[in-house]
Design a protein around this ligand. Structure first.
Ligand code: C5P
Length: 344
C-alpha cells in the first residue's frame, strides 16, 4: 500500500477513436471535432492515499498545506509530475473543491517507484516529512503518448479517487467540468463506454453499442505529441464533412465487418506526414486480415479490428515485429472502476 491512511484504487481503461473528423479550428486554437470514442481493455491503475502523521493531516478538509506526490512504475516517456495529467487533475480538483486552499497546493512531484517500503520524498520546502501529503501511485498498462488517452485516463482516475478520498462530494457533472479543464479526453474517460464527442471533444452523448469488438493495438516505436499532430493537420489538411453514421450503425447492429469498413480518422494524414512509416504499418495490418485499421486518436498507435479474439491474436503475431509492442484487447471496456483500500 502506498498510504498509511485511507486510500482509494481506481482501474481505468484506455480509449479508441472509432471515428474522428476535424471540422476546423475553434477560436481558442483547439480543433472542432466529431468523434466516436470507446473504452478498450488496456488498463492503468491509480491508487490515491494520504500520507501523514497519525491524528494530524489525514483528512485534508483541515485545509492544510498538502503536497501532491506522484509515484509510478515506469519512467520512460512519462511526463514530469508538473505536466502529468493525474497530478494536474489532483491540483485542479483540490482548488475547485476548496478542499485545498489555492495557495497551499504544492507543485506535484514525481517519484519513480523503487519498490515496496520506499516512501520517497523528504517533503522539500513545501512541506516537511511530517506534513500530510496526497500520494498518487500509478501503474501503467496503457501506451504512453500513443493516442489512447493514457494520461487522460489517469486524470479521470485521480478525479474519481480523490473525490472520494478527500470527501469532495462533487456530482458527475461537477467532476466533468473539472475534467474538461485538465484535458479534452478527460470527460470521456470519466464516463467510459461508448460516446459521440463534439467540440473540443468534451461535449458527450452516449452511443448504443451491442456486442464486443476485438482489437490488435499496435504501439509504434516513437511516440507523437498530440499538439504536433494537430499542428501538422493545420499545415496539411482541410476541414472535413465526414459523418459518423456508418460507425454508429455498425455499433448498434453489432456488425464488425461494417465497423471495420467505417473506421475513419482525419488525423491520419497529419500523423503520416510526421511518421511516414505508419502508412506501410497500416497496410500490413490490412494485409494480415484485419477487418479494418485506423490510427488511434492523434497516434501513433494503430488499431486493427479482428473478426474475433483468435483472429486478433493471429494478426498480432503476424505484425508484431513491426511495432514496439502489440496487444490484443476488446471493447467497450466500461469506465473507471473504484475500490476502497484495495490491496494489490
Ligand atoms: O486538451 P488536451 O490538453 O488533451 O490537448 C492536447 C493538445 O492537442 C492541445 O494543446 C491542442 O494542441 C490539441 N488539441 C486540439 N483540438 C482538440 C483537442 C486537442 O487542437 N479538440
Amino acid at each position: 500500500m502506498t498510504a498509511d491512511g485511507p486510500s482509494v484504487s481506481v482501474r481505468v481503461p484506455a480509449k479508441l477513436n472509432l471515428f474522428l473528423a476535424v471540422r476546423g479550428r475553434l477560436s481558442d486554437g483547439y480543433h472542432d471535432l466529431v468523434t466516436v470514442m470507446q473504452t478498450v481493455s488496456l488498463f492503468d491503475e491509480l491508487q490515491a492515499g494520504v500520507v501523514g502523521p497519525p491524528g494530524r493531516g489525514h483528512h485534508p478538509a483541515g485545509r492544510r498545506k498538502m503536497r501532491v506526490e506522484l509515484r509510478h512504475d515506469v519512467v520512460d516517456g512519462l511526463p514530469a509530475a508538473s505536466e502529468n495529467l493525474a497530478a494536474r487533475a489532483a491540483v485542479a480538483l483540490g482548488r475547485a473543491s476548496g478542499i485545498l486552499e489555492a495557495d497551499t497546493v504544492a507543485s506535484p512531484q514525481a517519484v519513480p517507484d523503487r519498490g515496496a517500503g520506499d516512501h520517497g520524498t523528504d517533503g522539500g520546502s513545501d512541506g516537511g516529512p511530517h506534513e500530510p501529503r496526497t500520494v498518487l501511485d500509478l501503474r501503467k498498462g496503457i501506451p504512453i503518448a500513443g493516442g489512447m488517452a493514457g494520461g487522460s485516463a489517469d486524470a479521470a482516475a485521480a478525479l474519481v479517487a480523490l473525490n472520494q478520498l478527500w470527501g469532495c462530494d462533487f456530482t458527475g457533472e461537477e467532476l466533468r467540468e473539472v475534467a474538461a479543464e485538465v484535458g479534452s479526453d478527460v470527460p470521456f474517460c470519466l464516463v467510459g463506454g461508448t460516446a459521440l464527442a463534439t467540440g473540443r471533444g468534451t461535449s458527450l452523448a452516449r452511443v448504443l453499442c451491442r456486442g464486443t469488438f476485438h482489437w490488435v493495438v499496435c504501439q509504434a516505436r516513437e511516440p507523437l505529441r498530440t499538439a504536433d499532430v494537430y499542428r501538422s493537420w493545420d499545415q496539411h489538411c482541410r476541414p472535413s464533412e465526414s459523418e459518423p453514421d456508418a460507425v454508429l450503425q455498425a455499433l448498434r447492429s453489432e456488425d464488425d465487418v461494417a465497423l471495420g469498413a467505417a473506421l475513419h480518422n482525419d488525423l491520419e494524414p497529419a500523423a503520416y506526414a510526421l511518421r511516414p512509416e505508419l502508412v506501410e504499418d497500416k497496410a500490413a495490418l490490412l494485409a494480415a486480415g484485419a477487418l479494418g485499421a485506423v490510427l488511434s486518436g492523434s497516434g501513433p498507435t494503430l488499431l486493427a479490428l479482428g473478426s474475433d479474439a483468435d483472429a486478433a491474436r493471429r494478426i498480432a503475431g503476424e505484425v508484431a515485429s513491426r511495432f514496439a509492442r502489440v496487444a490484443v484487447a476488446s471493447s467497450p471496456a466500461g469506465g473507471p472502476d473504484v475500490s476502497d483500500r484495495r490491496a494489490r
